[in-house]
Design a protein. Structure first.
Length: 377
């Protein structure tokens, strides 16, 4: 047991408990002037708040967290029934960390059925012509109809899980094909990554890579690289196909090798660096959680193991020491200096609820072996 980790978790638990009363029935997204902006369960990020509540419950066994988490699942049930703001691929972020988490923890049958219906919703975004899951917007959308995004790798576990749970192989087949397309078109030869890639909507012919939140089309947006590290490791867990593990390993090595001296990422690996360059602590938090997943699959004598263990330790210690709000008891967020979309001016240096979630997930996995909600345990 490491006192650094336990102290950081204790601080996170206390802040999350205080936020239950602050947020009521709403969901935090990103902050402005140190205060989280709230929504009525209408954003792609809302599952992360549910996930934090479930993690805190598993860590503490305090029913306060479970009661609050169950309330969020009821909100997600209404959201799916009313089809509120679900015209995107982030269904896995929403329902793996809310309804699926309740199924894993409580064994609640209604939560399981809700998660399966969410998987059906994600499956409806499959585009047969190009063999991919469309990221944003309706089918045939002139701007986004042919777009895939690296973030989707973290939504695929919802589909893999649905196959395992229902016995229907179609969910996993779609997930695996999309993972293959992501590996082929989003990951570059030097192990860096595109944020997005485009296909012709009619023929499925590949067009080229681009970015939406990165520095430029050819740059490597650090949060995108982080999604790849964790997402490919999860595809390996479900499929046992070695090339997914190898891709996660290669992307993780790239990420760790490109870090600055304090071991926490800037917002893009190709952005010009000066005293005003923004960080993205959330990217490093995602990679910390992803490295724990990757290390789960590496044998004890793997030649890369010590490199990844050292990178995990240095990154997470820096997040705790230099980015956490442990010395700010009234703070709402857990880690500072996250960025949503720097060039777009969207929360370029703020709290992000996904950064807080992955930071907490990494800590409780390291400290107590609590592995999050991407798969059955």
């Amino acid at each position: 047991m490491d006192n650094v980790w336990s102290a950081a978790i204790h601080d996170a638990v206390q802040k999350t408990k205080a936020n239950i009363a602050r947020y009521g029935d709403q969901f935090p997204h990103v902050s402005k002037n140190g205060t989280y902006l709230l929504n009525d369960n209408t954003d792609w990020t809302d599952g992360f708040w549910s996930g934090m509540l479930w993690l805190c419950y598993e860590y503490t066994q305090d029913e306060t967290f479970a009661e609050a988490a169950r309330k969020t699942v009821q909100s997600f049930k209404q959201r799916l029934e009313q089809n509120v703001a679900l015209d995107h691929h982030d269904i896995g972020f929403l329902y793996s960390l809310s309804a699926k988490a309740q199924w894993i923890i409580d064994g609640d049958e209604e939560a399981k059925q809700l998660t399966i219906r969410a998987a059906d919703k994600l499956l409806s975004r499959w585009r047969e012509e190009g063999q991919y899951i469309q990221a944003w917007g309706p089918k045939g959308d002139p701007k986004n109809g042919g777009r895939i995004i690296i973030d989707c790798l973290m939504n695929l576990p919802l589909l893999y899980w649905a196959s395992n749970t229902t016995g229907n192989p179609r969910y996993a087949e779609v997930a695996r094909i999309h993972a293959e397309q992501s590996r082929r078109y989003l990951v570059r030869g030097d192990d860096s990554s595109y944020h997005t890639f485009h296909f012709d909507t009619d023929t499925g012919i590949p067009i080229g890579g681009s970015t939406h939140q990165g520095y430029n089309n050819g740059s490597t947006w650090t949060r995108g690289q982080a999604w790849g590290v964790y997402g490919f490791a999860l595809s390996y867990r479900y499929t046992q196909e070695q090339h997914y593990l190898e891709t996660s390993r290669r992307m993780a090595r790239y990420f760790l090798t490109e870090l600055p001296e304090d071991d926490v990422a800037y917002w893009d690996f190709n952005a010009a660096i000066d005293e005003n360059t923004k960080r993205d602590s959330s990217a490093s938090a995602i990679v910390a959680a992803g490295l724990l997943e990757l290390l789960d699959h590496l044998p004890a004598d793997d030649p890369d193991r010590s490199f990844f263990e050292d990178g995990l330790d240095r990154s997470l210690r820096s997040l705790v020491a230099n980015y956490s709000t442990m010395n700010q008891p009234e703070a709402e967020g857990l880690i500072e200096h996250g960025s949503y979309a720097v060039l777009l001016g969207h929360s370029p240096d703020d709290f992000t609820i996904w950064g807080d979630y992955y930071y907490l997930e990494a800590l409780v996995r390291l400290e107590k072996g609590i592995k999050g909600y991407w798969y059955e345990r």
